[in-house]
Design a protein around this ligand. Structure first.
Ligand SMILES: C[S@@+](CC[C@H](N)C(=O)[O-])C[C@H]1O[C@@H](n2cnc3c(N)ncnc32)[C@H](O)[C@@H]1O
Length: 224
């Protein structure tokens, strides 16, 4: 059974101690999260001055990459459920002297996107949110025409025999990833609400990057 919002909160309060070190262990089996996150941020096609919401921001690992794109005139809003993860994100913000990064503690499904948001990112977090469909709907309502929502996340791979899938899921079970969680398909909801969705798979199909672009019939041209 997938964990409830309260169960995830309790789990990530516990995991928050030394979280970045634990997450880095996956790089030892060839899981190149840094490259994936760079690609996700590049696909947002950000401009200096943009406002970006990072859903399930955790300890704020994406902030530096996002700030490289939006600069000092931009704004980052990190949303996360868990106080312990946000405390580490806060420490990262203070250590770097960033004054354009804000944190909001909320279940992502209850978060109200600001009307001036230019892009939304979620890395290894959206699938954990039971109300992920309403997050996608609200984000795509808030975004302007041609703007983008990038979701980097895990999924069940169709490319491997069952025992490999079971082994993979076992290796990430400590992060709250269960069989039924891995069967959630946020990209199908994105396809319903966005003008286009592109999918890239990583790590033998156990991870993906989905880029949803809102209809570009009016508003700015995202390629300019
Ligand atoms: C695996 S961590 C990923 C953190 C970060 N995005 C990264 O890439 O390192 C998942 C994060 O999702 C957050 N989370 C889980 N359920 C959530 C929810 N319903 N609303 C907001 N955040 C949630 C957890 O607190 C945790 O920080």
């Amino acid at each position: 059974m997938a964990l409830s919002v309260d169960q995830f909160q309790a789990l990530y309060e516990r995991l928050s101690h030394g979280y970045d070190r634990k997450a880095r262990l996956f790089s030892m089996i060839g899981f190149d999260e840094v490259r994936q996150k760079r690609q996700a941020v590049a696909e947002l096609r950000l401009r200096p001055g943009d406002t970006v919401v990072d859903i399930g921001c955790g300890t704020g690992v994406n902030f530096e990459l996002l700030l490289e794109e939006v600069g000092e005139s931009g704004r980052i809003i990190g949303v996360d459920l868990t106080q312990g993860m946000l405390a580490q994100a806060g420490a990262r913000i203070r250590e770097n002297g960033w004054n354009n990064v804000e944190l909001v503690q909320s279940d992502a499904a209850e978060y109200a996107f600001p009307p001036d948001v230019d892009a939304v990112l979620s890395t290894y977090a959206l699938t954990f949110v039971p109300g992920f469909a309403s997050v996608i709907e609200s984000a795509l309502i808030a975004l302007g025409s041609g703007q983008r929502f990038a979701v980097l996340d895990m999924k069940k791979s169709q490319k491997w025999p069952g025992w490999v899938v079971n082994l993979m899921l076992k290796s990430v079970s400590g992060f709250g990833i269960t069989h039924d969680l891995s069967e959630r398909k946020p990209w199908e909801v994105m396809e319903k609400h966005a003008a286009s969705v592109t999918m890239t798979e990583y790590f033998g199909g156990f991870a993906y990057l989905a880029i949803a672009q809102k209809g570009a019939e009016k508003g700015r041209d995202p390629t300019m």
